[in-house]
Design a protein. Structure first.
Length: 384
């Protein structure tokens, strides 16, 4: 049964949360005089590209906030993911275990290396890769051979890496995933693009695996316009990350010497200046978004709709608040009603295993992914 009255009630409630806005976006960036001041300073310094004081300052601020020993800033989150997979030694034909319910960049980065995404299911309460599904998959298909690598018995390909995603800012059960990756000698990369400020058992997302990747796109909890980062506690990984993302250039007073194929992925100083100003606001943004989530959660009580809350043992940044309706038809009706009146809502990512370029990928049973995608709606989540 489609309950149109719920849509009407929700629209009125959302407009009360964001008064005066004729259009309520899903997630809008917040800027002030500080952003203008630092960006102007970068302009006046003439160092607007990848050389400038704000790039290192931004990396330091991310390090201090997350607890990561090493941070490498990149020009976007996809570049960070691609670099992480290169550092995992992903070779053409290798497999990367990930989840189907993710933004397409997760799988695209695998394909940049010539790799093959392999899909396991998610947990309904975290929206992230399920350790239970991963365990069942590895027990059926995984085999650590004499070379120390994990092979897929069916495809006869190396399972080189695992990339769980902390969807909407909610941490996956990353500790359990790490144990399985350690057991099967699989390199663990956390796609933490959406979860800056989220903790799993007191540890910032991205720091349980070998590498974590962040995004500072315009719709994230803080933004550099376009930007990303790799975070790690491994000094050798960090050294290689910095080298690869700066075109693998060797130090020399004037010669252009490069020792391998690198990437022009360094974050520009202009973007980093914006990021430094945004970092000052991050704790307030997280507090604001958690308070907004609480308002949504309380309002949903008794309405027959589930609010997506942070998992046990986790502290989420609530990047995007979300609700679970009772059917795809009800979801689509809600999307139509809200967007028609200028209250922006969106469904979850289209599952990767349904897209033409990933439809033939090896996969486990994805019943949770399919069910969540059919019923989940993201609702306005801007920090106030």
């Amino acid at each position: 049964m489609i309950r149109t009255e719920f849509s009407k009630d929700f629209i009125a409630f959302a407009k009360g949360l964001f008064p005066g806005d004729s259009f309520i976006p899903l997630h809008a960036p917040r800027f002030s005089a500080k952003e203008k001041e630092l960006v102007l300073d970068s302009l006046e310094s003439t160092f607007v590209s990848t050389v400038g004081e704000y790039v290192g300052e931004f990396e330091t601020r991310i390090s201090e906030f997350t607890g990561a020993q090493f941070v490498t800033a990149t020009n976007n989150g996809t570049a960070a993911l691609h670099t992480a997979l290169v550092l995992a030694d992903l070779q053409p034909g290798d497999e990367v275990i990930t989840q189907s319910l993710t933004f397409v960049a997760t799988c695209n980065a695998v394909r940049y290396c010539g790799g093959n995404p392999v899909f396991v299911d998610i947990d309904k309460n975290t929206l992230g890769l399920s350790p239970d599904s991963l365990l069942a998959f590895l027990e059926e298909y995984g085999e650590v051979r004499d070379d120390g690598l994990c092979w897929n018995r069916t495809t006869n390909r190396i399972m080189r890496a695992c990339v769980p995603v902390h969807n909407l800012g909610h941490p996956a059960r990353i500790g359990d995933i790490r144990q399985l990756c350690n057991r099967y000698n699989i390199f663990l990369i956390e796609d933490a693009a959406e979860s800056l400020g989220s903790l799993s058992n007191g540890v910032h997302t991205g720091l349980t695996g070998h590498i974590g990747t962040l995004s500072f796109n315009g719709n994230k909890i803080i933004t550099t316009g376009g930007g990303g980062a790799l975070i790690t506690d491994n000094d050798e990984i960090a050294r290689q990350a910095k080298h690869l993302t700066t075109t693998a250039k060797l130090n020399h007073p004037w010669l252009f010497l490069h020792d391998k194929v690198g990437y022009n992925y360094r974050l520009p100083n202009l973007n980093a200046a914006l990021g430094c100003a945004q970092m000052e606001k991050l704790p307030r943004h997280i507090d604001s978004k958690r308070k907004l989530a609480e308002k949504y959660r309380n309002w949903m009580v008794g309405k027959g709709v589930e609010f997506v809350s942070e998992p046990a043992g986790a502290r989420s940044n609530y990047w995007l608040n979300a609700i679970l309706l009772n059917s795809k038809a009800e979801r689509d009706d809600f999307l139509q009603n809200t967007n028609t009146v200028g209250v922006m809502t969106r469904p979850m990512w289209t599952p990767m295993h349904t897209l033409p370029m990933y439809r033939e990928c090896f996969k486990a049973d994805l019943k949770n992914s399919d069910d969540i995608e059919a019923r989940l709606v993201c609702i306005p989540s801007s920090a106030r």
